[in-house]
Each structure stands twice: as C-alpha cells, then as structure tokens.
Design a protein around this ligand. Structure first.
Ligand code: COS
Length: 386
C-alpha cells in the first residue's frame, strides 16, 4: 500500500536516500567543477580526494572496528555511483580503496587489518589491487610474480600492470606465486607498503579515459616484506583475489550506472534546449524514444547493481553469477547510453565543450576492467552449467 512505511518492498531505506542526497550535493559542488580540467590535463583529482576525505566518503566500507564507518555494500555503491555521475576518475578513489582492501577485510589477520585499515578509513592512505600482469590479464592464474619465503619474511620479484591509483596508494594487495607447481592453488596474497625496500612504481599508461586516475606498472625487485603481511594462508591468494572481485564487481556496475545517469541527465537537458525545425528536438519522437530507452536501461542496471551488492552484503555464497551479471549489464548499458548521449548532442557531442564526450570515453573502461565482459560471461556461464 502506497505511503505505508512498513510496505517499502523495493525502496532504499531512508539512511541510503539521505546518503545519496549528501554525496550528490558534494559531488555536484566539489567534484563536478574540476572534472573537465582533470580529464583535459590527465591530472589526479586532488580536489575530489580532499572533499571525499573531509566528508568521510573516501572509504566508507571500512569496518567500524578499524576506525571506519562500516557502511554496507549498497551504501558503497551509492557513493561510487554519485561520484561517477559527475567524474568517473574521482569515483575510483572510493572504488579502488575498497578493491585494495577487500581481500584483507575478508581473509586477513586482525593484526594486519589493524595495521592497514585505520589509515585507509581516515584518508591518510589509499589502497590498490595488484593482480594483472602483461601476460596474465584474463588468465590471471598464469601470473609470474614470485614470492619466496626468507628467514624473516617474503621476497617478491616480478611486475604487475594496469594498477589503478598506482603511485598514489600507500598499500597494495599483491598476488604472487608461492608454489609454481600448484597452479592457482600456489598463489598467495600479500599487503605491500609503498616504502617497502624493492617496491618501485613504473611509468603511467596513456589512456582513452579515466585520465585523472593514474594507471601504473609496479616492479618488485627483491622487494622484502615482513612475514605477517601475508593475507590468510599460503596458497589461498587466488581464491581471495576472485572473492574480492565478487564483492567489488558491483562497485564497477555502480560506476557504470553513475556515468550513464550523468550522460542521460545531460542529454535530457540538451535536447530540451536545442531547437531545430522550429521546435526543441526533445519533441521529436525519434529523440523521445532514445531517451526513454536510455532511462529504462539505466534503471534496470541500477536495480541489478543494488541487488548484487545487497546479496554480497548478506554474505550469500556463489556470488559469481550476480556480481558478474551486474557489472557486465551495467557497463554495457553505460557504453550504450553514453554513446547515445553523444549522438543526441550531434556535432556538439563530439567536441570537448560538453561532458558527454568524456563520459563516453570513461564508460568504455567499465566494460574492460575488473574482468572484461567476455570473462564476466565466462563466470556466469560456469555458474549456470556447474
Ligand atoms: N571465489 C572463490 N574461489 C573461486 C572463485 C570465487 N569467485 N572462482 C573460482 N574460485 C576457485 C576455484 O574453485 C578454484 O579452486 P580449486 O582449485 O580449489 O577448486 C580456483 O579458484 C581456480 O578457479 P578456476 O579454475 O575457475 O580459475 P581459472 O584459471 O579458470 O580462472 C577466471 C577463472 C577466468 C574467472 C578468472 O581468472 C578471472 O576472473 N579472470 C579475470 C581476472 C580479472 O578480473 N582481472 C581484472 C583485475 S582487476 S582490474
């Protein structure tokens, strides 16, 4: 029954609605004004970092026991979505803080969590996730980076690539081979600090989009870390890495929903103001139908993202299908909606005078990172056919 607060089957709880209002206001006031400049100059969004840290939105997922807010997964998605609506590069601050600490939160020792998480929560530090290598992208288990036990710790050698916020982060969750004879079961996960001896940040990629978020190579040159920096048991690192992605692929979906919503908002405003043939182009049915399809798909993607986040939050097993489906569907929607937004702007949309051009470039990465959408379909199909 409408109006009955006990009958709120699909609505977000009041606290999430308030959270959305707060992060939307902050994003509009303190992040959006710099989004164009950040993209144009390929510079880190320092203004966004400052604003997110000042308001406690930099890493709301960190549990309260470690100085964080212990916000649930849907709340984390809302924050990422609202920031991505105005600046995808900036939305990688909360998104990658979650990605870079999720393995630790799920499987790490209390001591290691206490060492790392309070600084992430306070904004003193950021975290990144280092799984991929040049020859081990989709086939992540074929990684070559090695970690060998020494008398008092671990010694890492190898190279990781496409590391989001590489060089900006203080802590890195690094997957490395500890037993080359055991395949995926011979991989372990570690927390590496930027000041650990032998840790080197390599060159940055020159990218199509998300230009404000540095993407770096990492080199481990006899990188020596203490023994207690291993996350969980030796040989469990690959599972930790995949379980992490089960929890964070919804956040990429949220980013995709955000950029799609941002492009849709722009397209609605533009088509209402743009006059051709003596009327606003929003009065043409061809345009109306495009806008309606865009909005319909954004809405469906949003529901799927929140559902996947809620199921992760509930601690459901076998999250693979829903988190891959949400990420895949939402990112395909983001690509389609941002491309159509450029189309609705016509020639103007193809210039850098309007944000839809940046949004279309930024949307593309959501179909690629945290697993290509082809890999998401592999994960979904395996879940269906198991
Ligand atoms: N959670 C926990 N464990 C999982 C898991 C999950 N979601 N999915 C698989 N595993 C386990 C498997 O059960 C298996 O363990 P056992 O040998 O003990 O049974 C192990 O992990 C290896 O699984 P599998 O054989 O399925 O691994 P594959 O090498 O076939 O790889 C894919 C699986 C392709 C799905 C994985 O490599 C992948 O997701 N690739 C994309 C990587 C990616 O997203 N990169 C982007 C990096 S972040 S920007």
């Amino acid at each position: 029954m409408a109006g009955n607060p006990d009958f709120d089957l699909f609505g977000l709880p009041e606290e999430h609605v308030e959270l959305r209002n707060a992060i939307r206001a902050l994003s509009t006031k303190e992040i959006e004004p710099y989004a164009h400049d950040v993209d144009e100059k390929s510079r880190f969004p320092e203004e966004a970092l400052k604003a997110l840290v000042a308001s406690g939105f930099n890493a709301i997922h960190v549990p309260e026991a470690y100085g964080g807010q212990g916000a649930d997964s849907v709340a984390a998605c809302i924050v990422i979505e609202e920031v991505a609506r105005v600046c995808v590069s900036s939305s990688l601050i909360p998104a990658v803080n979650k990605l870079g600490t999720m393995g630790l939160i799920l499987k790490g020792s209390e001591e290691l969590k206490a060492q790392v998480l309070p600084d992430i929560a306070s904004g003193e530090a950021m975290a990144s996730y280092a799984l991929s290598e040049r020859e081990a992208g989709s086939d992540a288990a074929s990684m070559r980076t090695r970690a060998v036990r020494s008398d008092d710790g671990w010694v890492l050698n190898g190279t990781k690539c496409w590391i989001t916020n590489g060089g900006k982060s203080t802590w890195y969750t690094v997957m490395a081979v500890t037993d080359p004879d055991k395949g995926a079961r011979g991989i372990s996960a570690f927390m590496v600090h930027k000041d650990d001896p032998g840790f080197v940040v390599g060159p940055l990629e020159k990218k199509m989009g998300i230009k404000g978020s540095p993407t770096a190579e990492l080199y481990f040159e006899d990188c020596t870390i203490p023994a207690d920096r291993i996350i969980g048991e030796e040989g469990t690192g690959f599972k930790t890495a995949l379980e992490t992605l089960d929890h964070t692929r919804p956040t990429i979906g949220a980013q995709a929903v955000g950029v799609a919503q941002g492009a849709l908002d722009q397209a609605i405003e533009y088509t209402k103001g743009r006059r051709q043939f003596g009327t606003a182009i929003s009065n043409f049915q061809g345009v109306e139908f495009m806008l309606a399809d865009m909005a319909m798909k954004v809405e469906a993607a949003r529901l799927m993202v929140y559902t996947s986040a809620a199921r992760a939050e509930r601690g459901e097993k076998n999250l693979g299908f829903i988190s891959s489906a949400a990420k895949c569907f939402a990112s395909d929607v983001a690509m389609e909606v941002t491309t159509n937004a450029v189309q609705l702007f016509g020639g103007a949309g193809y210039t850098r005078d309007f944000p839809v051009e940046r949004m279309m470039r930024d949307a593309k990465i959501t179909q690629i990172y945290e697993g290509t959408n082809q890999i998401q379909r592999v994960v979904m199909a395996r879940a269906l056919l198991r």
